[in-house]
Design a binder for this molecule. Sequence first.
Ligand code: NAP
Ligand code: G4F
Length: 343
Amino acid sequence: MKKALITGIRGQDGAYLAKLLLQKGYKVYGADRRSGDSGNWRLKELGIEQEVEIVYMDLLELTNIRHVISKVMPDEVYNLAAQSFVGVSFEQPILTADIDAIGVLRVLEALRDIKPDAKFYQASTSEMFGKVREMPQSETTPFYPRSPYAVSKVYAHYISVNYREAYSMFTACGILFNHESELRGLEFVTRKTTYAVARIKYGLQDKLILGNLDSKRDWGYAPEYVYGMYLMLQQNKPDDYVLATGHTHTIREFVEKAFEAAGFNIEWLGEGINSKGIDKKTGKVLVEVSKDFYRPSEVDVLIGNPKKAKEKLNWQAKTTLEELVQIMMEADLKRIKSSQLCS
Ligand code: NAP
Ligand code: G4F
């Protein structure tokens, strides 16, 4: 039985990846920094809470990482743990760098010493392309990070490549474009939107307040992306791969589609910070913009080129944006409805 250690087990991708690896017959160890029972909701929703063996591990603490790796002796390590919210990285740049950059080095050093033949996956990100140098972005597009989060991830990416080249370790980096799901954290714009729209639908909230509606993202469906991570570690040679849909949409479009999926028709008035989303039927303002949610430096547009992943891994994103919005909207409408029935 292969043993996999997943860091960030309580995050969106950690939960989906754990489910996939369990289905594939792995023994799954989930590294958690002890965030308490309330952080278990994703594993519970997927019905795998009892099947994952939780080990306590914080990327800030080297001795702790070394103990866990010595105990588990994993065949594969998926490093998904991170301070993953771009907005917060401007507020906590040093903590973000400690977890997202040096934390990765800590794991690599522990592996180099204790289990150098383990295959290692690093969660790299399209945010590294930042102020994009070409369209669409591929594995060879130069990086231009635009946030402390993205700068930290560039370090993590190159240190993983360096351990591959210097020590012949199997390190693969997945440069993943945004992937969302019904298990996405509420701080990210897609889930913030579907959750708010569901609350508006049931009369629990008046409006949705967002930041920049004009930036563009390449959004896919998370369960498909964790399958890509798994494929990267099944190859004979380690490499880096972009996973993306190859399509890009504005935040405005996502918001419009979410309201549409809940039975509203939104009309936009004004531009930029003055934009307002009006309910065509009632004339009520349902969306407003606040500069509180703008970032000091923004990534205006991301669109990935997943050609290499298709050719080498036979991986392809399948879910369209319309389907993604539908899945997320249905889940949040159901959650809000049942919480109302319970209260
Ligand atoms: P997520 O939901 O935010 O999960 C990240 C997990 O990391 C959380 O469970 C968090 O634990 C854990 N963590 C944070 N600091 C830690 C520390 N010091 N030690 C140990 N664990 C720590 O993120 P995700 O969306 O699943 O993304 C997974 C990874 O892929 C992240 O590295 C992210 O940066 C990267 N990525 C994500 C996307 C995307 O669109 N989702 C795209 C590209 C790359 P708590 O639960 O205790 O907070
Ligand atoms: O949903 P977001 O916070 O995701 P972002 O910044 O693209 O980062 C996510 O994807 C990355 C992959 O490219 C991951 F590496 C990272 O860990 C994370 O998963 O913001 C998306 C866009 C931004 O342009 C932001 O300015 O939405 C814009 N936005 C507008 N209003 C907002 C809001 N973002 C958030 N979170 N909240 C708003 O109210």
